[in-house]
Design a binder for this molecule. Sequence first.
Ligand code: NDP
Length: 286
Amino acid sequence: MEKNYRAELTGVFGDPVEGNPTGVMEEAAYDALGLNYRYMTMKVTPDGFEDAMKAVRAIHMKGVNLTMPHKIHVIPYLDELSQAASIIGAVNTVVVREDGTLFGENTDGKGFVEALGRYGESPADKNIVILGAGGAARAIAVECALAGAARITVINRTASRAAELAQLISEKTKAEADCIAWEAGQKIPEGTDILINATSIGLGDDRDNRPDIDYSTILPGMTVSDVVFNPSNTRFLQAAAAQGAKTVNGLGMLACQGARNFTLWTGEAAPLDIMINKLKEEFGEV
Ligand code: NDP
């Protein structure tokens, strides 16, 4: 058979994009399976976005991730959206199909649900409380609702955003939803099964911070999760563990969404443990 020197191209468009760690785990996964794929971390500003999307087709990429500020304004460029992406109103993964059409998916919330599953937990029939109402909260709320959650309660600093997300869940899914304007020392509602920090509190240089809630209202039966992945053992999770709750960190979500992208682009099962270990290595946690 003739040799094939052509690499299959994937990557991410964003600005700023320099701190995006996805490439290290995707490249580790490509290497592990011996695939001639590349993942490029690319600075694309809004005024260059149209040309970048033309390039996706022109250079026959397999697909691309989108991060800030492109997750919403990519939608008019796509031929089809997944159910979740169309409800969320944002896309983080584009797949170029064999016929050249572009499919948009949002793997953030699916990654979250899958990471919960790795700890034997599922949103089905559960009362879920989400701190935050931004992009990550939106994706998680929609996927938890589609996975059969009984009730989603959104607690957010900006009350109008909490109300908007709760309304979206009520209107577009079968789950019940309500919202709470975040108060100092916010109590977690009784009957909560799963509590999620979907804010950026505790991320990176903010690692000494944790959400301002009444931690005595976290009970031993709860599962508590954080979307923040760097550091992975956040102060929020440490406090929840001290209350006896089961904890699920943000690395699992990051790796599980990356694994879904990998499978969408290559058609192969992803080497999830290799991806998680690579991220831990990257964040100096091994
Ligand atoms: P957004 O900017 O869209 O939303 C940020 C949210 O955090 C808002 O609800 C905001 O409230 C809230 N918030 C920020 N600071 C505070 C504060 N001091 N007190 C109370 N609330 C606050 O960000 P994203 O949703 O895109 O990202 C959120 C986090 O999720 C980030 O840490 C990101 O790294 C992480 N993430 C993790 C992923 C993973 O795979 N593990 C995937 C995607 C994101 P308000 O509305 O009032 O401004």
